[in-house]
Write a protein that binds this ligand. Structure first.
Ligand code: SF4
Length: 308
């Protein structure tokens, strides 16, 4: 595989801070391209969800609500009804841009994931506590605050964190990032006094399962990655220099036309010209509402992320 060359990009001083905490998905986003991370998580430009994300969220929502039902109610019929109802809401709320072809893809792929789920396990015999579904995980490592929500945790003699995937299982070398994310949740729970024995990735469409024991060096590596990545974010913020990572991700990047590493004559990110340009692409900018967060006593969520 050809190695991509990172391109340092200087951004304007927009007096923005980093999100107060770091989630596993933020770490992946920063690793993919730290300049794209800056546009979305620091400057606050909301990237519209693409079809794969919408399908992923739909399937996660269906499984979340389905597994919160009593075991005897977890039938195929109930699951398909949930998929139909939730899918309709999702299609209606995105109908301004979903094409007929997209809707067919959304229905086919979400159905394939649900079928895969039933082939992989019998939900009626799954023991899971409601609090362990979409369970929030918070912990502090070397003053770096971790926050995220795991898909589910089960405790049937083995304490196991499970993460659902609506994509096909990638080649082994591409599993590292996904495994590190669940290991980080395990490390966060361990910090709170709960030992997790195993992590699991379930690739629903391909009916593939990947399990790993939570051995110490894997947890340490996940924590080390969290802390070192946050240090890199701090350093980029201070130097106002973020590394663009031109590659295959650029094709679907919302910031392509405003990215100096990919578009010659693109204005300096964060400058009024760049902000104006991004606004013409129908991207919205989020405003962090400090007062509502302070009143609620909640930590600020990172941009581009729902609490899931
Ligand atoms: S276009 Fe490519 S290099 Fe530029 S911000 Fe997006 S992903 Fe990064």
């Amino acid at each position: 595989m050809a190695e991509t060359k990172l391109v340092p990009v200087l951004v304007a001083d927009i007096s923005a801070e980093l999100p107060k905490h770091v989630s596993p998905s933020q770490l992946s986003s920063f690793d993919r391209c730290s300049l794209a991370y800056w546009f979305s998580s620091v400057a606050g430009w909301r990237e519209p969800a693409g079809l794969p994300q919408i399908i992923g969220t739909l399937v996660h929502d269906v499984l979340e609500n389905f597994l919160k039902l009593k075991p005897e109610k977890r039938t195929k019929e109930t699951a398909w009804n949930l998929l139909r109802e939730t899918g309709e809401v999702v299609i209606n709320s995105n109908k301004s841009w979903l094409t007929d072809e997209d809707i067919v893809t959304l229905k086919d792929k979400s159905a394939e994931s649900l079928k895969g789920y039933f082939d992989l396990e019998d939900p009626a015999s799954l023991e899971v506590l409601i609090d362990d579904i979409e369970r929030p995980v918070t912990a502090i490592f070397e003053s770096v605050k971790l926050y995220g929500r795991l898909d589910r945790m089960t405790r049937d003699g083995v304490v196991r964190i499970t993460d659902y995937k609506t994509s096909k299982k990638p080649a082994p070398q591409y599993l590292t990032d996904s495994l590190r994310q669940v290991m980080l949740y395990a490390a966060g729970l361990q910090e709170n006094g709960l030992t997790v024995d195993e992590v699991e990735l379930i690739y629903l469409p391909g009916r593939d399962r990947v399990r790993r024991p939570t051995y110490k060096s894997a947890l340490d590596r996940a924590v080390h990655h969290l802390v070192t990545t946050r240090r890199k974010m701090d350093s980029s913020l201070t130097s106002k220099t973020w590394m663009a990572n031109p590659g295959s991700a650029c094709k679907s990047c919302s910031f392509l036309k405003a990215c100096p590493a990919k578009t010659s004559k693109a204005p300096i990110p964060g400058s009024p010209e760049s902000e104006e340009l991004l606004a013409t692409f129908n991207l919205e900018k989020r405003v962090r509402n400090k007062s509502s967060i302070e009143n609620s006593g909640m930590e600020m969520l990172p941009f581009g992320e729902s609490a899931q």
